[in-house]
Design a protein around this ligand. Structure first.
Ligand code: NDP
Length: 477
């Protein structure tokens, strides 16, 4: 979608595939370099009018987009399950959360947008003023094909930026449905442009000199390449990358309660959440009871087509993803991991990998490198010191959790766990859209690092400080 028009690319047809049954969902002709240039040109041309419309009017358009998405919720949820594979309840929850996200940012239009300061000159007013960055590029992954784009597009647009969006190639139909909703809500031509194409199109987009800000969620290697393409020219860049999230279970916690929460956090969305629990660290006597509970729960998970109401865990997003996750499990077993539980798989085709519970040590590759699927490893620690060391032993720092009733343990974990989100007696996954979300270490790149909450305005605007003194009236003769 370029300058308000749906344009067909010239490349060979590409398709997205339903990972539950290998059927095609959407067929499209990918964009090429000319479309990247045209989209950026359209976004540059639309800047002034969008800026001059004012934030209240822009907020009303976002509010309308929330209403339209709510009207189309079931259609979009069904499409998401077909294209991405997540279960229908998961898709419905994502659509609902996206409606809330759009409402939240729409309402920000009426918040205070600056600060005033006293001046050494009594008549002078000093105040901060927010100005849009200009053209923002948004590059989004397939695991939350609606929610993550909304986190980025809604504040970018609200604060007066025009946008070129490159969604993930595996979920283009959901992306097109969302773009259509924004257009139907009244986003003017050229303000939001969307190009469908491979990662190389995204690389061209972020390297373009007219792009002043880049917001990205995805893998660490792509994030690093975007950093290299943007930072030297002074473009603002915000990125949310992978995670290797640990949960510490203390002996004073209830093993059944901890296991139920952690299986949901590790296996929900088929483990394809950057915040998913990847390592469960059982301290001392917690180990045996916890492992017994986890083993029973993981072995009983029902895996299948996400549109079947009996399904708890859907397929991976694609055959390629399933192959990578299955290979990582095999490698872990070759390296000496113990297989504690594996859920049964459906007989049909599809991109399925059995939810898998392993036991092992921090040296396993699966405990150091992110495996983006339904695989979790239980580790032993003698005491809290060792558990915190293990939790902090990867380059990532997205989320961490601790299960305990001991306030001293809670305080230490909040202080010492190297993660942007620390959860206590709660799943690693899940966050409120009005609270800052972002990782530490390799999981994020600052400027600022958080998404959501007030910090999104800090990323999507430049702040200026204005010093205003009254003018001296020209003396009348
Ligand atoms: P990728 O980094 O491969 O892809 C993410 C997006 O970047 C896609 O739109 C992709 O396009 C695009 N892209 C690919 N190559 C380039 C490039 N060279 N320049 C610019 N854009 C490019 O990640 P995955 O699709 O594998 O997504 C899963 C990863 O994302 C996981 O590692 C996960 O941890 C992370 N993630 C992090 C989250 C967080 O909030 N911290 C949330 C969700 C996921 P295309 O699809 O066409 O390849």
């Amino acid at each position: 979608m370029i300058g308000g028009e749906w344009v067909e690319g010239d490349g060979a047809a590409a398709a997205t595939i339903n990972p539950a049954d290998d059927t095609a969902v959407a067929v499209y002709h990918p964009a090429d370099s000319r479309h990247v240039d045209a989209a950026i040109t359209a976004a540059v041309a639309a800047r002034r009018e969008w800026d001059e419309m004012g934030i209240i009017a822009r907020g009303l358009i976002l509010r309308r987009s929330a209403e339209i998405l709510a009207d189309r919720a079931e259609t979009v949820a069904v499409l998401m399950t077909r294209e991405q594979g997540k279960t229908l309840p998961e898709s419905r929850a994502e659509v609902g959360a996206t409606v809330e996200t759009l409402h939240y940012h729409a309402a920000q239009a009426r918040s205070a947008d600056g600060v005033t300061y006293p001046s050494s000159h009594p008549d002078e007013l000093i105040r901060t003023v927010r100005r849009p960055l200009g053209v923002v590029a948004a590059i989004t992954p397939w695991n939350f094909p609606l929610q993550i784009p909304a986190w980025k597009l809604a504040p970018a647009l609200l604060w007066g930026n025009t946008v070129v969006w490159k969604p993930a190639s595996d979920t283009v139909a959901v992306a097109a449905a969302f773009a259509a909703i924004l257009v139907d809500a009244g986003i003017p031509a050229g303000v939001l442009n969307m190009i469908l194409g491979p990662g190389s199109i995204g690389a061209e987009l972020v390297a373009h000199e007219s792009v002043s800000g880049v917001t990205f969620t995805g893998s660490v290697p792509v994030g690093r390449s975007i950093q290299a393409a943007t930072v030297p020219r002074g473009a603002k860049v915000q990125m949310e990358l992978g995670g290797h999230n640990a949960a510490i279970v203390m002996p004073d916690s209830d093993p059944a309660q901890a296991a139920a929460v952690l299986v949901g956090a590790a296996m929900g969305s088929t483990g394809q959440k950057c915040t998913a629990t990847r390592r469960i660290i059982a301290v001392g006597e917690a180990y045996d009871d916890l492992v017994a509970e986890l083993t029973a729960l993981v072995g009983a998970l029902s895996v299948g087509d996400g549109s079947d109401p009996a399904t708890q865990i859907g397929p991976l997003v694609s055959a390629r993803a399933a192959k990578e996750v299955a290979a990582a499990v095999e490698q872990a077993l070759e390296e000496g991991a113990e297989l504690l539980a594996r859920a049964p798989l459906p007989d049909s085709g599809g991109a399925y990998v059995a939810p898998t519970l392993l036991a092992g040590t921090p040296a396993l590759t699966v405990c150091r490198e992110e495996v983006f699927g339904p695989v979790v490893t239980v580790l032993r620690a003698e005491n809290l010191d060792e558990a915190i060391d293990i939790a902090n032993s990867t380059p990532f720092g997205l989320t961490a959790a601790v299960f305990t009733d001991d306030e001293h343990v809670v305080r230490r974990c909040i202080r010492e766990l190297e993660a942007g989100l620390v959860k206590v007696n709660a799943p690693n996954t899940g966050s409120e859209l009005h609270a800052p979300f972002g990782g530490l270490k390799d999981s994020s790149f600052p400027a600022p690092r958080e998404q959501n909450a007030a910090s999104s305005a800090d990323f999507f605007t430049w702040s200026k400080t204005a010093y205003v003194r009254p003018g001296a009236p020209r003396s009348r003769r």
